[in-house]
Design a protein around this ligand. Structure first.
Ligand code: DP6
Length: 328
């Protein structure tokens, strides 16, 4: 086994799922129960540096300059073990990661963080993996991270419970000028994170129906994206988000992420769309609402959202590119 002292830094965008990943058929290697489709979020990024050193006695992890909690370090260390095995190297690593978006705003940092980590850790280990293999690797750190490796609009492909599951780009960032306006209604740290939530999905009697119907929703969503059909996209995106939250609410124990402000924004968005504005919502494992619109309508929608009582702030992002290397 070789030891290495190389360093690499990578940047990856967060992503918002239009068709959601919720529940695994194989939790350890994050083989999802259903495929999913997402949009990378330009400018909402994690930047991660990995430096292997023969002098280290253990892996180290700093998040935003601070030593990471033990459980997070262990998750990253398990991921680095996979990279070390694939690369045939030994030696621990010092990992520094930071997000340029605030925590607790309904944007999962694990997707961008593990996508950036996968790229930085493999390059520093001397590997230059094809994008699909990098996506597959990132999946082992966080499922949704596999969708932050390719650029633009991305589909996480699933065929049964196969080990090779990974994500591919289905359209470039320039394909369609959608904007995600994130309405922040609550900044509290969520009590049940996605990893734990996935393990509960199968306890809902609705999960089997959600999973069985997923190929149909994926087809509609993919086609709506490729044809830039906002009306079709809006309908399937809201249906899919509502189905995931129905599963969450009917799991044992039940998970209810919505706050009063969540429902207010959902109702406003439905009203705006029925008056002809191209806008729809989707909600991840938290109370904040991702309001999707077309670039021409984004400033109007942001203004409207800011006027809703209970909306604390609004962030916005257009379609983002793939994970990229900064230095080697
Ligand atoms: C609700 O990818 O965060 O955002 O694999 O345990 O890291 P882990 O889970 P994660 O789950 C994302 C769940 C979601 C839906 C989605 O992004 O598809």
């Amino acid at each position: 086994m070789q030891t290495t002292n190389r360093t690499a830094t990578a940047v990856a965008c967060a992503n918002i799922a239009f068709i959601k990943y919720w529940g695994n058929c194989e939790p350890d290697s994050r083989i999802p129960a259903n495929g999913s489709i997402s949009m990378n979020l330009a400018g909402l990024e994690s930047r991660t540096s990995v430096a292997y050193s023969s002098n280290l006695k253990a892996d180290r992890l700093f998040l935003g300059g601070e030593p990471a909690p033990q459980a997070v370090l262990e998750r990253v260390s398990r991921f680095l073990d996979v990279v070390r095995t694939v690369a045939g190297i030994q030696g621990f690593a010092s990992v520094e990661s930071e997000n340029n978006f605030p925590m607790g705003v309904g944007i999962a940092s694990s997707a961008s963080a593990f996508a950036a980590l996968a790229l930085a850790a493999t390059r520093a280990a001397g590997l230059d993996l094809p994008e699909i293999e990098l996506s597959r690797l990132a999946r082992l750190g966080s499922g949704s991270a596999c969708r932050s490796v390719p650029g633009g609009f991305v589909e996480w492909l699933v065929a049964g419970c196969e080990e090779n599951s990974a994500a591919v780009s289905i359209a470039s960032p320039e394909h369609w000028e959608l904007v995600d306006c994130v309405a922040i209604v609550d900044r509290e740290h969520k009590r049940v994170g996605s990893t734990e939530g996935h393990t509960m999905a199968h306890t809902s009697p609705l999960q089997a129906a959600r999973v069985d119907d997923a190929p149909r929703r994926l087809d509609i969503c993919r086609q709506a994206l490729l044809e830039r059909d906002f009306e079709a996209l809006a309908a399937v995106m809201e249906l899919d988000s509502n189905m995931m939250h129905a599963v969450m609410m009917t799991s044992t124990p039940p998970l209810l992420y919505w706050k009063p402000g969540t429902v207010t924004v959902m109702q406003e968005v439905i009203d705006w769309r029925s008056s002809g504005v191209p806008v729809c919502y989707t909600i991840d494992a938290g109370p904040n609402v991702h309001v999707i619109t077309l670039a021409d309508h984004a400033s109007e929608i942001i203004g409207r959202l800011k006027h809703i009582a209970g909306v604390l702030d609004v962030l916005s992002a257009s379609p983002g590119g793939p994970a990229r290397l900064i230095t080697e």
